[in-house]
Design a binder for this molecule. Structure first.
Ligand SMILES: [Ca+2]
Ligand SMILES: [Ca+2]
Ligand SMILES: [Ca+2]
Length: 386
């Protein structure tokens, strides 16, 4: 038992820091459900352009949609921007209520599972019931439906299918623990049912040998049948350590470094271990709120994580990359392309990142057919940095 195992599993800490005051003025039109992806048309989805969402949007059906498992406090699967974006267990959808039609140990698991209350109903519960939930926002940032006339668009709109795994109570909360046994069950479920990207917009500060083993099987073991990309958040509120799963030095961990205003790493961001670290937007991010049709503006490294997970899914599902297995995708797209982008956060803004951190800039994945039009729009003029 090593020192980091001492405190059971520690706290589950969600990484959202609340509304962003400077952006409140933009919030008014967001509930207008008349225009097509109104948040996008109103210019409020700056982050989609920032990560070149259009490159992940294919003009034709993705070759193979990527199932993204969202580990969080549940999500409203009937939200207008989520309901058509869900992974569905076809055996249960075509099966009999009350029967475990696919024999996976979970009765009527249609779009995921609630591992807190052991239920097929993945909706947020407790104080979150019928209101904003962290997991709903995250699911929308991964894969909200685009061009459906409402709400937002996400980089994973076309390529991601959302598997909702409720592993923590409403908003995580400081009193809620990251139950290692619950997480292990959810990890097992996700990878057994085909999730290839696991999104964790949360962290915990201690772990257990069994939980380590479960992550190692998925994120490190060569040729593992459970191999998946774990997208892990890095906290940005001055925490002394990155926490798990970001702290694992496994080959399939991709860490989301929160990028705030002015293209700099969010102040207060914890230093992450070296590895597959990609910047993604954290501030002024709009996503799904309360059901059935509300939206919210938030900031925090939770957002970065979900956006990155959606981007990876959108790119991975597109024709040039869809045939790559997990390790090939990580090597040829994330390692060789995204990590080598010339587009970097401003160096020196945070001393631990003297070399800057690559943005998850899919522009480098540009093909003749699909161009990065939105990426080339000139941004606001800024004073050159010394
Ligand atoms: Ca089942
Ligand atoms: Ca059933
Ligand atoms: Ca939409």
């Amino acid at each position: 038992m090593t020192r980091r195992h001492r405190a059971a599993a520690g706290l589950w800490l969600l990484l959202l820091t609340g509304s962003y005051p400077d952006c409140q003025a933009q919030q008014a039109p967001l509930d207008d459900a008349v225009n097509n992806d109104c948040a996008y048309r109103a210019g409020n989805l700056w982050w989609v352009d920032y990560v070149a969402g259009s490159l992940a949007w294919s003009d034709h059906k993705p070759v193979k949609p990527v199932i993204v498992a969202v580990f969080d406090d549940g999500a409203y699967v009937d939200h207008e921007d989520l309901r058509n974006q869900l992974w569905t267990n076809e055996a249960e959808a075509n099966g009999t209520a009350g029967v475990d039609d696919d024999g996976n140990g979970y009765v009527d698991d249609l779009h995921g599972w609630d591992f807190v209350d052991n239920s097929p109903d993945v909706a947020p519960k407790g104080e979150c019931r019928g209101r904003f939930s962290h997991g709903t926002l995250m699911a929308s940032l991964v894969g909200a439906e685009r061009n459906n006339g409402v709400g937002i668009a996400a980089a994973g709109s076309d390529g991601a299918r959302l598997m909702i795994l409720r592993v923590v109570g409403c908003h995580g909360g400081v009193d809620d623990t990251a139950d290692p046994k619950r997480l292990i069950r959810a990890l097992d479920y996700a990878t057994r049912m085909g999730a290839r990207i696991l999104s964790f917009s949360a962290h915990w500060n201690a772990t257990t040998p069994d939980l380590d083993q479960a992550f190692a099987e998925i994120a490190d073991r060569p040729d593992s049948p459970r191999a998946a990309i774990v997208v892990a958040s890095v906290p940005n509120k001055g925490e002394p350590a990155a926490g798990y799963p970001a702290a694992y030095r496994f080959r399939r961990i991709v860490r989301a470094i929160p990028i705030g205003n002015e293209d700099i790493i969010s102040p207060g961001t914890t230093q992450a271990p070296p590895g597959l670290n990609l910047g993604a937007p954290s501030a002024c991010v709009i996503g799904a709120g309360a059901p059935p049709d509300h939206y919210r503006l938030e900031q925090g490294s939770s957002n970065s994580t979900a956006i990155l997970a959606g981007l990876l899914a959108g790119v991975w599902a597109a024709p040039p990359y869809a045939k790559l297995n997990t390790d090939e995708f990580l090597a040829r797209v994330v390692q060789e392309r995204m990590l080598r982008t010339k587009r970097r956060s401003q160096p020196g803004s945070r001393t631990p990142y003297l070399d800057g951190v690559p943005l998850a800039d899919a522009c480098l994945l540009e093909t003749e057919r699909r161009t990065a039009r939105v990426c080339h729009q000139p941004g606001p003029q800024r004073e050159p940095r010394k």
